[in-house]
Each structure stands twice: as structure tokens, then as C-alpha cells.
Design a protein around this ligand. Sequence first.
Ligand code: ADP
Ligand code: ADP
Length: 229
Amino acid sequence: PPTIEVRGLSKTYRSKREGTVLALDDISFTVEEGEFVCIVGPSGCGKSTLLKILAGIVAHSVGTVAVRGKPPSDAQNRLGLVFQAPVLLPWRTVLQNTLLPAQVLGLDPKAAEARAHDLLRMVGLEQFASSYPNELSGGMQQRCSITRALLHDPSILLMDEPFGALDAMTRDTMNLELQRIWRESGKTIFLITHSIPEAVFLADRVLVMSARPGRIVEEIKVDLPRPRD
Ligand code: ADP
Ligand code: ADP
């Protein structure tokens, strides 16, 4: 069965100010194990809503959603989540923030710490392991959010414009790292971006959304030669 399966998904928000908003309208797609799929579309087309539904954070209104054959909220410890803005605990250091999944999931502390240091090295934060989030730039905090999302080696990564706030050079470096992680680990990656070039560079398959209401209007299979180590 596919790793992610979405059938006839609709999502309506109700708010006092705007009444009801149809954020997603009859969305259907699947993501196979080990695939790298990007979602692109204009602001407000429902990309973040879709990712939050897959992560089990927001409930959908109509349709079926399964992640590894289960409701999204049941699949959470197999997920790595990265949002647009860094979400770190301010009273914990970079290393301690990176190690949070190990605590929550009860992983072996020694192995987790070794892995945390590897990941911090990968994103260029190893000299900042003992720093607190407020001592770091926004981009550095975001890189720490990424190390935390990867710590427990999740089989599925859900990422919402993870590198959008980084400067262009760091973004390119992170995109290359993500490509490498994907090729080496066989993870399933579902990533939101509003950059079509970025989507085509990264993904096997690109789902294009339109706004008002949010729909998938096109699916592009990418068949580009990939860089090799
Ligand atoms: P995108 O990530 O593509 O910019 P979003 O998923 O953030 O889109 O939003 C899709 C639509 O749903 C927008 O019209 C937005 O205003 C609306 N929306 C998002 N979150 C809420 C909410 N909590 N309450 C009401 N409307 C919302
Ligand atoms: P980013 O692109 O991650 O937002 P900045 O452009 O703010 O980073 O900073 C570029 C570099 O400057 C960082 O990679 C880091 O080496 C250094 N730097 C930024 N903020 C700090 C800080 N608070 N303490 C030490 N070094 C910093």
C-alpha cells in the first residue's frame, strides 16, 4: 500500500470573520514509499493545511487520509515535521532541542547523542551545540528544527517551506543535503515550496495546486539526471 493515501479530501474552516472557507476541495493523491513529492501553489491554496492534516495536527472535513495505513495521528512517531518557522524550546540548548525526540520516544541516550552531533555537524551548527535558541539567527534556529526532525530517523518527512527563511546560499546547501539524505536513506519526503524550480530540483513528482478553492490541478513527473557523490 502507498505510504500516504489521500482520497476525496476536503477541508472547511469556520471562522467568525470570514464564515466558512473551503480550504481544500476534493484532493486525491498517493505517495509511494521512498518517493520525494513536492507540492507547489500560490499562497492560500491550502498547502499548509494539507501538511497539517497529514501530520495529524488538523482534522479534515470530508474524505479519507491514511499514513502507513493508519489515521495520521497514529503515525506520528514515524514522522519528522519541519514547519516554516523554527519551533524550539527557548530554555533548552541546541543539543537538547535536537535530542527531544529521543526523550519522547525513549531512544538510547548515548546513540541519540552521537547522532545529534552528526546532524548538527551536517547543518553547520556543531559549534553552537551548547547555545540557546535566542543566541542564534533565525536561519540557524531553523537548521536546529531540521536536526530535531531527523533525530529519530523518521521514515516520512513532512516539510512546510523548510528553507524559505534561509539565505539563498544556505538554502542551496540544505537542498543538496536533503537530496543526499533522501538518496541514502530511502525516506519518503513530502515537501511544500512555492518555488517551481526548487520543486523540480528536489522531487520525483510535483503536485501543482490552485487557490480558491484549493485543488490539485496538475501532476508533473520529474525525470532529471540526479547529481551523484
Ligand atoms: P497555504 O499554505 O497554501 O498558504 P493555508 O493552508 O495556510 O494555505 O490556507 C488555506 C486557506 O485556509 C486560506 O484561505 C486561509 O485563509 C484559510 N485558513 C487557514 N487556516 C485557517 C484557520 N485556522 N481558520 C480559518 N481559515 C484558515
Ligand atoms: P542564517 O543564514 O542562518 O540566518 P545569518 O546570516 O544570520 O545566518 O548568519 C550567518 C553566520 O553568522 C552564521 O552561520 C553564523 O556562523 C554566524 N552567526 C549568526 N548569528 C550568530 C550568533 N548569534 N552567534 C554567533 N555566530 C552567529
